[in-house]
Write a protein that binds this ligand. Structure first.
Ligand code: FAD
Ligand code: NAD
Length: 472
């Protein structure tokens, strides 16, 4: 008999959720993780809780408060003197949030009777996992099923080598001990825009170098254009089509050289440089290929539609299999795999995975863009409502952006919803639910929305699909 019904490797949002759901369904479950925090202590929650979603949002909120007080409070009649920023206190707050939440996963494991094992896991075949503890001790455990959830790590680029002093990845950029006067960012993706925003709000002059010619190439074009304009107003100097050729450290500065369309060779001297050009699957030391698990040419573990690898009984979920590298996508895959192991017929719908970028205002979307629909030859109608016409947005003092709702021209079913605006991360949930229930624009148009709320913009955009908006 195996030691466990299930061993989950990795306690990020994919792995810890899978482990809890397996245990809830009566399986004897262990979850092994090797993460050590900066003090050398094991810490659950993976990238998301330790150096990703949570600490970045903590700093985004802190920096937004500072920016608001500095630039917008006066408009509300709030006057004060001597505003200052204490970066050490801001980082300490972020670290406390991380500590509370990562410890919380430990409590959830206890509550659900998941055995939490500390150390690095290696697959040795025949459903066995060798675990090397942080003190070097080894043990081998067996399981009927194994779920790999080893996540991802930042992608390095040869032209800008991380030195963790002046040139950093996202982890380093969450821990600057002072505000860099001049900050360079390579990559205008989610990390570049979020962490670029944090330090820009705190006073850095931020230059973002993006290789692609289009801003946020996968987002709706009108939303991307509006967001780019707004972020520029906030001080983010975004260069598109910029190809970085070198980043050289001299005298405590980094000289970044890049080629820009029409301008040719350019240089920027910065005090810190963040490299944020994507993340790659983390399979180091796992020895997955050695036991016959197929890995694709980009290093992602290959799985079937129910996340089983090429080795029967071994599954993989989260960032390590690719697709959207998002915490909630990994968590839902964890639930699906756990429930299927328990004999249920759970499925996951990838068409309704929401995307959010936590700039201010936020950018959020679900479903397809106009460009994707055009390419697929699908006829559609669009309803668009600007927040400038929303009473609640006016009260907030945050009127930039809009909701764009796309419905099938023939059936009226919702195909995509794209939002740039205050609280877009919360507003998008309504669209996700409506799409998950295979709703139509008319369903949202006939749904009563409280007044005054930002969600009325969703209602109006739904009315707009049929040309009957009231407030615009
Ligand atoms: P991970 O969270 O990477 O966890 C993998 C775990 O596996 C780690 O704990 C690691 O220690 C462990 N592990 C790896 N190999 C082994 C081994 N051999 N043995 C034992 N343990 C092992 N996503 C969002 O949805 N929203 C956001 O707002 C968001 N913000 C982000 C901000 C930043 C700065 C970054 C970097 C990422 C952000 N992400 C966000 C992405 C999100 O963090 C990832 O998609 C998510 O963490 C992936 O979850 P995972 O469980 O697949 O992997
Ligand atoms: P990303 O894929 O979101 O963006 C990377 C950007 O870098 C892209 O625009 C890409 O074109 C650009 N790029 C690539 N190589 C380049 C080069 N050599 N020079 C200049 N630009 C280059 O990746 P990220 O921002 O590093 O984030 C990593 C992952 O973490 C993403 O998959 C993202 O989904 C996830 N994440 C999500 C959130 C969120 O959900 N809010 C926040 C942060 C990170």
């Amino acid at each position: 008999m195996a030691d466990y019904n299930v061993i989950v490797i990795g306690a990020g949002p994919a792995g810890y959720v899978a482990a809890i759901r397996c245990a809830q369904l009566g399986m004897k479950t262990a979850c092994v993780d090797k993460w050590l925090n900066p003090s050398g202590k094991p810490s659950l929650g993976g990238t998301c809780l330790n150096v990703g979603c949570i600490p970045s949002k903590a700093l985004l909120d802190s920096s937004h408060h500072y920016y608001f007080l500095q630039k917008q409070a006066a408009e509300h009649g709030i006057k004060f003197g001597g505003l200052s920023i204490d970066i050490a206190a801001m980082l300490a707050r972020k670290n406390r949030i991380v500590k509370t939440l990562t410890k919380g996963i430990g409590s959830l494991f206890k509550q659900n009777k998941v055995a939490s094992l500390e150390g690095a896991a290696r697959l040795t075949g025949n459903q066995a996992v060798e675990i090397t503890a942080h003190n070097g001790n080894k043990q081998t455990l067996t399981a009927d099923k194994i779920i790999i959830a080893t996540g991802s790590i930042p992608t390095p680029i040869p032209v800008a080598t991380i030195d963790n002093k002046l040139i950093v990845d996202s982890t380093g950029a969450l821990a600057f001990d002072s505000v860099p006067k001049r900050l360079g960012v390579i990559g205008a993706g989610a990390i570049g825009l979020e962490l670029g925003s944090v330090w820009s709000r705190l006073g850095s002059q931020v230059t973002i170098l993006e290789a692609l010619p289009d801003f946020l190439a996968t987002a709706d074009r009108k939303i991307a254009t509006a967001a780019q304009r707004e972020l520029k107003k906030q001080g983010l100097d975004i260069h598109l089509g910029a190809s970085v050729t070198s980043a050289t450290v001299t005298n405590n500065e980094v000289t970044v050289s890049y080629q820009e369309p029409k301008k040719g060779e350019q240089q920027r001297v910065v005090d810190k440089l963040i490299v944020a050009v994507g993340r790659k699957p983390n399979t180091a030391g796992l020895e997955a290929a050695e036991i016959g698990i197929q890995i694709n040419d980009r290093g992602f573990i290959q799985v079937d539609e129910h996340r089983q690898t090429s080795v029967p009984g071994i599954y993989a979920i989260g960032d390590v299999i690719g697709g959207p590298m998002l915490a909630h996508k990994g968590s839902e895959e964890g639930v699906m795999v756990a429930e299927r192991l328990a004999g249920q017929k759970s499925e996951m719908s990838y068409e309704t995975v929401p995307w959010v970028i936590y700039t201010h205002p936020e950018i959020a979307w679900v479903g397809r863009t106009e460009e994707q629909l055009q390419a697929a030859g699908i006829e559609y109608k669009v309803g668009q409502f600007p927040f400038v016409a929303s009473g609640r947005a006016r009260a907030h003092g945050d009127t930039s952006g809009m909701v764009r709702l796309i419905a099938d021209a023939k059936t009226d079913s919702l195909l995509g919803v794209h939002i740039f605006g205050h609280s877009a991360s919360e507003l998008i949930a309504e669209a996700v639910v409506a799409m998950e229930f295979q709703g139509s624009a008319e369903d949202l148009a006939r749904t009563i929305h409280a007044h005054p709320t930002l969600s009325e913009a969703m209602h109006e955009a739904a009315l707009g699909v049929d040309g009957r908006m009231i407030h615009a």
